[in-house]
Every structure is written in C-alpha cells, then in structure tokens.
Design a protein. Sequence first.
Length: 280
Amino acid sequence: MSPKSRLYTLVKAWKNKPFQEVRDACGAPWLGITSQALEEHQSWSKRQAISHEPIFNFKGTKLTGSIFRPLMTTSDMQLLRLFMEGLDTISYWYRSGRFIPGILPVPTHAIASSAYIDAMSDLILNSRLPVGLIALGVPSLPDSDITKACKEGLLRMRRLGVLLHFMNFSGGAQQLQWISEMQVEGIHIDMSKLRDKTLSDSVITKLKKSPYSSTQIYASNVSLVKDLENASALQADHCYGGLMMSPISRHQMLQINDSRIAKAIFSLHPHPQPNQNGDK
C-alpha cells in the first residue's frame, strides 16, 4: 500500500468515527474539543481565578506582595493542593522576572501537625524559591493544647527561610508576647478595628517600640479614605484592601505597573491641577 493510500484510509476512518461529545463539570457540551484540550482549558481557567490580593507600600508607589486568598477559607482536604497552587504562582511570577513575595495563610491546627509540616516542607524545598518570597500567614494564636506543636512547626518553616506573618492582630497582651517570642516579620491590622476604636493607641505605641520595631506593619481591609489616614497614624509599612486594589488573577499581577498604582492611589488625595496650558 502506498503512503498516499494509507493516509486516505486514516482520514476516512477518522471521518467515519462516531462523534463523542465532551462535557465539562457543569454538563455543557464542548463540541470538537478533546479531553486533553478540555483539561488544559480548565487548568488555564483555574490559574486565572481572582485569588490574589495585591499589597502595596504605604505611599502606593510599589507592589510589595500578595495574599493567596483561597487558603484563608480552605478545608483540610484542599489545604495542601491550594498551598502547592500558591507556591506555583510565586514561582510563575519569579520565572517571569517579578520578585513578588506571597503570603500563604495556614490554620494553626495544620501548623501544629507534623504531617502537614512535612508535606509543606517538601513542597517548599521542591519549589526552589529564594528566601524572602514565601511567607506563612498565621491567622490566630494556637489553642493551649497545641501551642508547643505549633511553635515547633513554625520553627521548622523558619529554618527553610519562610517568613512568618500574624494575620489578625487585635492588640491583646498574649498576642504581643507571642509576636515577640516568635519574632514575626509582619503584623496585619484590620483598619475597621481602628475605625471602631477597638484597638487602643497604647497598643499602637508598643508596636513601634522594641522588640516590635523590626516587625513590618500591614494595614489590611483598607476600604475608606479614613482608613488611609488611620494607616498613616499607625505608621503602617504596607496597605491592602478594596481602596488600594481588589483581588486579581496571577497573570494580572504581572501587569501591575508601579507608576500607575501611585497615580491611582494619590488621586484620592488633593493635589495641584494643571491649567489649560499644562502649567502647574
């Protein structure tokens, strides 16, 4: 049989093959798309999820990090998968030439589990990311029965070069003691707590004194112009929230231009307007 006739036979067999419809998880037909192409499309769609909340310096002139929000509400069954997805995103930014630190929130009971810590350690080591790009977000103080195990888990993370952030600081004495003992790199303060006067000025003063002075302060949930004023009084190092920028996809994060960020944020404050001739 000649090569041409073989090609004709293959084409004819493909043409006469019964059509098999491929459907997605919702049951909608994907006409003409192979299962492999469908998996690639779903994987691409998942990577474009609006999952990353940008963090900026207080002046809004620089993108300083990101929080991977799905980890804040995940179940134990999805924790490691989402943790791996967060690491993959940080690697994606790093390979694209952007040094964007990522905060990966993990519940305290998982930090106290040696099995979870073993798995996360393997994922971090396999990512081969440089020190300073991965931060572990601790949502709250651990319960008394897991305090020791949680500290051991955090120390293991620190030995891998992972930074530690306390995500929901409310000013309690135990929190201050814990922050001092663990020497966390970042404290996150919800600006609505300052708005409601639930965080005293004395606590804010303590934060700016040793041994907390080396810890960076993150103003979270910045949604009003008043929140920016409170963040300024707090001498916050970083800000994030709806007023700064809503959560975006990992690809959109790469498109952020620092100069455009500053222009957008500073437009919230009074500034000289040029006249019709373009002069100040």
